[in-house]
Design a protein around this ligand. Structure first.
Ligand code: SF4
Length: 306
């Protein structure tokens, strides 16, 4: 076990079950904003990093957990894995949810990689630079990677892939915001289904600064077809919170039971449980393969029935 992570709450994908085909942290970029920290293994060589059959087995074991997307992401750049195409194809036959691949776009210049990535339902590539200078400044690529080839790879992928492409543009103050217009033109030329603007929100690898909320809104004039990746709403509606805590004060419940009692879909049930868990109000335990939620030990509502 250990190749799947989550489900995590993703601002773009909702409840996302991650699949990690890499070893920490293997990437062909070393982005200044990377939330994983500095790249440990900077490489352009595709390889096999984890036992493929064990990944498949874990997907089979966790297929019935609630999630909106099975997402290939994790400890670096997923397209560096030579197993990506095979595992995506097999995963699609195992899970009911759509399969997503998050990529930094650099290897889409390879037709073999494009073919593997095209097995997904949704692809979320990045484009943070339109010039080699900005590419070097923000993404710090391994030797032999070029911004113009990456952009051409994205255009080729668009022509070949009939699924959804959600292009992310990360804007970092003083690093690439000065060439926003050029990035916007490149993004339009790629013709993705969505253009999603982001800025630094999590602890970055380097002390770089985000754009302000006002600056991000002004970017929408430069990227007219784009949307801002929303701030995650980390709140549980009061009415649901009260009923959920009341329910768990009686006894522990599985996610299915919580959903049934509160009339919630599976995604909302786990989302709200995760938020309350993060706030220290409830806890989970795994018992005979079932996940149960109960009031946290220090929650004053906790009763002796648990
Ligand atoms: S491509 Fe992704 S994993 Fe690699 S350094 Fe950039 S942000 Fe981090």
């Amino acid at each position: 076990m250990g190749y799947l992570f989550g489900p995590v709450l993703s601002r773009r994908l909702g409840l996302s079950m991650g699949v990690d085909l890499l070893k920490y942290k293997t990437c062909n970029l070393d982005c200044v904003y990377c939330e994983l920290g500095r790249t440990v293994c900077l490489t352009v060589c595709r390889d096999r990093f984890v036992p493929r059959e064990k990944v498949i087995k874990e997907i089979e074991q966790r297929r019935d957990e609630p999630f909106d997307y099975l997402t290939f992401a994790g400890s670096g750049e997923p397209t560096l894995s030579l197993d990506l195409g095979d595992v995506v194809c097999r995963a699609k036959k195992i899970v009911n949810s759509p399969v997503a691949v998050i990529t930094n776009s650099t290897l889409l210049s390879s037709s073999a990689v494009r073919k593997e990535v095209a097995a997904a339902d949704v692809v979320l590539p990045s484009l943070d630079a339109a010039s080699q200078e900005s590419f070097s400044a923000i993404n710090r690529p391994a030797e032999g990677l070029f911004a113009d080839k990456m952009i051409q790879g994205l255009k080729d992928f668009r022509r070949e892939f009939s699924g959804e492409i959600w292009l992310e543009v990360m804007l970092v103050r003083g690093i690439n915001d000065h060439e926003a217009e050029r990035i916007a033109r490149a993004a339009e030329a790629i013709e993705p289904d969505r253009i999603q603007l982001n800025t630094v929100v999590r602890t970055p690898a380097e002390p770089v600064e985000p754009l302000s909320r006002e600056e991000m809104h002004r970017m929408l004039e430069i990227f007219p077809r784009a949307e801002l990746i929303p701030d995650w709403d980390w709140s549980v509606p009061e009415r649901i919170k009260d009923r959920l805590l009341e329910l768990l004060s009686q006894k522990e419940h599985t996610l299915d039971e919580i959903g049934l009692n509160l009339d919630l879909g599976a995604s909302d049930a786990i989302k709200y449980c995760k938020i309350l868990e993060k706030e220290g109000m409830i806890s989970r335990r795994l018992f005979r393969g079932n996940l149960y939620f109960h009031l946290a030990a220090n929650n004053p509502l906790r009763s002796t029935k648990i």
